[in-house]
Design a protein around this ligand. Structure first.
Ligand SMILES: Nc1ncnc2c1ncn2[C@@H]1O[C@H](COP(=O)(O)OP(=O)(O)OP(=O)(O)O)[C@@H](O)[C@H]1O
Length: 219
């Protein structure tokens, strides 16, 4: 589904942060992306989300070489990838429901066409009782689940999550992990960037480990 070949990335004139990355992310796969702070996990997620271009190498997403795709086709391709940012990026003045529905509203969709889907998705992530509240009164775990629901609105083929358990206690981390595993069982590929060894130890999953700009994969 995703293929990287000799991909390298540097910011501006700085050093190469990621080097010689060659790997695949198969359909329906589940993996952790880990490595020390500053190793480049967020940078790699940004490459996977197509919000950053590699400085060298080839990236194929869904069978297409990104360097050959016109810029105006990127938004359509990006809808096939869901992302949950480290800082959630929920808008403070919108309710949980409105935050999750926002991408569809922005695209000019009629609310009647998505209202039930948004509510079902919020129930699925366990926010059925929090649909009409503002982010300020949500807990860290609830905000994380709202951000997950928003990332799933377009039924992406792959979900990327950046430190999804960074701001929650261990029981909530386990609940979030169950949610990602359930999503994966339903057919979505999942990449979780994390430092959390205890979280990784709960699942026998593929580990992509970044060290000094290079990637090792343990199947
Ligand atoms: N926009 C940028 N411009 C220049 N350098 C950057 C930029 N973003 C990240 N970097 C540098 O790239 C390196 C990798 O950063 P990145 O955020 O990808 O690491 P990370 O593994 O996600 O770290 P953490 O676990 O602390 O979140 C760091 O040295 C960082 O300072």
């Amino acid at each position: 589904m995703i293929h990287f070949e000799n991909v390298g990335l540097r910011y501006g004139m700085g050093p190469e942060i990621l080097r010689d990355m060659t790997f695949d992310i198969p359909k329906r796969s589940f993996q952790f992306l880990t490595g020390p702070s500053g190793a480049g996990k967020t940078t790699l997620l940004r490459l996977l989300f197509m919000s950053l271009n590699p400085t060298r190498g080839i990236i194929r997403m869904f069978g297409r070489d990104l360097s050959q795709i016109p810029r105006d086709e990127f938004p359509m391709l990006r809808r096939r990838v869901g992302i949950v940012f480290q800082d959630f990026r929920l808008l403070d003045h919108l309710t949980t429901y409105e935050n999750v529905a926002l991408p569809l509203r922005v695209r000019g969709k009629d609310e009647a066409s998505y209202r039930n889907d948004v509510i079902d998705l919020l129930k699925w992530v366990g926010l059925g009782e929090r649909i009409n509240v503002l982010p300020a009164i949500l807990s860290g775990g609830e905000k994380q689940r709202a951000a997950i629901a928003r990332a799933l609105m377009d039924r992406p083929e792959i979900l990327l999550a950046d430190e999804p358990t960074g701001n929650v206690d261990p029981p909530m981390a386990r609940r979030l992990l169950s949610l990602f595993l359930e999503l994966n069982r339903l057919g979505t590929a999942v990449v979780i960037a994390t430092h959390d060894l205890a979280l990784m130890d709960q699942v026998d999953a593929r580990r992509m480990i970044l060290t000094d700009g290079r990637l090792d994969i343990y199947e």
